[in-house]
Design a binder for this molecule. Structure first.
Ligand SMILES: N=CN[C@@H](CCC(=O)O)C(=O)O
Ligand SMILES: [Zn+2]
Length: 420
């Protein structure tokens, strides 16, 4: 018999069961399927059963007899949190730009003057593989400490074939050697290189003709993302890049309507993107089209908070039938945080989401946003045993006591990686 682990007698086990086929929408986002005084049995890295201890003992007596046990009395158990939008692999920080923004300069002004994404591109190009690996590994360790067990990771600070491949290969190696699961996105179209800004077409062609085919040939990414924004990539360029990726099997994602309304949400629907992310300025028409075409809205309230911008209208999206997920957008410019718990709090207080909705948005819907809901995102028999024990008596405390880390223990594939 393989290795087994029992988490027993948690005050609440938030299972999120029942939404693995389709993302939770509208009122479904309120359904947490909680088991009070519940237990979770795991074997060989997978969930064997979830329920009351007495029931599990009856059915799985032998496995439980040989299992390691964690007593979760008074604590709350949830699926491992999932962060579906990060710029994990990059070098350096940009606290100087933060200070400039506090004095009144805007994010786009700084970028247009050669800072912003260009600054991190310079730093990332200069960093060798090992430096990038070490910096990103530390971020993964912190994500674990905060209860995240899977992250999506974008390239996009290379902006040339070789440099984009370097970033993606760092993510591959981290996925291999770090216990965290990493799902990779190619984002060569994160910015037009600074010296080509006046004539972006040759760069767009290189993304389409050189980078996408090579990334796909080496199987380095599952998704293809574009920063569709005035002054970055137009909707037409974005469409061509996303359609080209689709031909090579890369599923479209879009940084949409972050700074200005620019047709990004509409484009996401038209190219059947799996998600449109940001959406601070998404139009009503765009939101309607996303709902019609089942495009996930990945909302990044940390970015609105940090850029001192208006928050995305999560209420309008959820009430309009758009499935919503939440993410940190972890990056050095617009959202330098690794705390998805803080993002949950912002979701409630700044975007009008309920504590139930923010949990759905960071577990099962986040899993759907990266096409992984068949094996993560909920506590159901057969799924991967990625689990967090929070040191709180009920799930409401998660988004109520803000700016804190409530993690007690993190279990990844059936093994504790944080805590006892
Ligand atoms: N908006 C574009 N990309 C990132 C920010 C990248 C950066 O500023 O380094 C985002 O999602 O916010
Ligand atoms: Zn982003």
């Amino acid at each position: 018999m393989g290795q087994s682990l029992l988490i027993k007698n948690a005050a609440q086990v938030v299972t999120m069961a029942g939404h693995s086929e389709q993302p939770a929408k509208r009122d479904e986002m309120q359904e947490l399927s909680i088991i009070e005084n519940g237990s979770v049995l795991m074997q060989d890295g997978q969930i064997k059963a979830v329920g009351k201890l007495a029931e599990l003992e009856q059915q799985y007596q032998e496995i439980i007899a040989g299992a390691e046990t964690i007593d979760a009395t008074g604590k709350t158990v949830t699926p491992g949190l999932i962060d579906p939008h990060t710029h994990l692999v990059h070098a350096g920080t940009r606290e100087n730009e933060y200070a400039m923004r506090l004095k009144g300069q805007s994010y786009m002004e700084i970028m247009n003057a050669g800072g912003g994404i260009h600054a991190t591109t310079r730093a990332t190009r200069e960093a060798d593989f090992d430096q990038l690996y070490d910096e990103s590994k530390q971020r993964l360790d912190t994500f674990f400490q905060y209860g995240v067990t899977t992250v999506e990771s974008k390239s996009g600070y290379g902006l040339s074939l070789g440099q984009e491949l370097k970033q993606l290969e760092v993510a591959v190696k981290l996925n291999q050697y770090h216990a965290m699961d990493i799902v990779s996105t190619f984002m060569g179209a994160h910015a037009v290189p600074i010296d080509e800004r006046d004539n972006p077409e040759p760069f767009v062609r290189r993304v389409i003709d050189e980078m996408i085919p090579e990334v796909a040939r080496r199987k380095l990414a599952k998704f293809n993302d574009v920063f569709c924004e005035r002054g970055v990539f137009t909707p037409d360029q974005s469409r061509r890049i996303l359609e080209a990726g689709r031909e090579y099997g890369l599923v479209p994602k879009i940084h949409a309507d972050e700074i200005e309304p620019y047709g990004g949400a509409e484009l996401a629907a038209e190219v059947s993107a799996i998600s449109a992310d940001h959406l601070l300025k998404a139009s009503d028409e765009g939101i309607r089209k996303m709902a019609e075409n089942d495009v996930m809205g990945v909302l990044l309230p940390g970015t609105a908070f940090f850029l001192m911008a208006e928050f995305a209208d999560a209420r309008k999206m959820i009430d309009g039938g758009v499935p919503v997920a939440l993410s940190t957008d972890a990056n050095p410019g617009s959202s330098p945080t690794l705390s998805l718990q803080f993002i949950m709090n912002l979701g409630c207080l700044k975007m009008g989401m309920t504590p139930e909705e923010v949990l759905a948005a960071t577990t099962i819907n986040a899993a759907h946003a990266i096409d992984c809901a068949d094996h993560i995102g909920s506590l159901e028999a057969g799924k991967q045993a990625d689990i967090v024990i929070f040191d709180i008596p009920n799930y409401l405390m998660l988004s109520y006591q803000y700016g804190m880390n409530h993690v007690d223990t993190v279990v990844k594939r059936g093994e504790p990686v944080v805590g006892k």
